[in-house]
Design a protein around this ligand. Sequence first.
Ligand code: MG
Length: 258
Amino acid sequence: MIFYKSRREIDLMLHAGQVLARLFDRMEEKIIPGVTTGKLDESIHRWMLEEGCIPSFLGYRGFPAVSCISVNEEVVHGIPGPKKLVEGDLVTVDLGVIWQGYHADAARSFGVGTLSREATDLMKATEEALDRGLEAVSLGGRVSDVGAAVQSYAEGLGYSVVKDYVGHGIGRDLHEEPQVPNYVDRGRRRRDHLLKKGLVIAVEPMLNMGTDEVELLDDGWTVVTKDGKLSCHFEDTVAITDEGPVILTRPLETGRKR
Ligand code: MG
């Protein structure tokens, strides 16, 4: 069942989203060689509490941290811990917070020091793929518009799009219906829902350098590329309102200006 949100509910989610935008801003200078992903997670946890928010991920199906930090060949759901970041790492930080019962969800990727050319290109392409996906969100459009935009852009550059993990509706729950694939679901296994007023979705392309196939590590969470090549992930939460889509997880001026 899809839950369409009222103006009030979207305002609460906007607050949560603006918290995430601020957290990413603060984080940038912390992502340096030598820092452990566990230390980053600690800082993020403190900032979330300072903002008066509840972390969405901590305890979610038993997840042990407030952030997912996925490095290089890790696609999503990396568990923060003793791993030290080194120069040239491509790091994705995925965060969610709850404000007065409502979630927002977003991910950003960062380079540690100077990235290789190929990592830089992948990161730029994934960020652009997210923008293309968000631009495809329109009142009266379809969920599949997002996947079509992301997939055609990414594959046009020679990257593959992860199929096993998808974007999602969001609200009182972190993951709600509908699923938002980053590809065109030709088998039509999922209903292609209308993008109606009050729908709030997380758009989150995951692009791989090589194969789109992924594997789950023994920790039960970390998803890695099957061929060990680089992966990258960006995510924003977007609400469909009467005035059109509003990106809740970017600084407001930017979010409204699309
Ligand atoms: Mg998400």
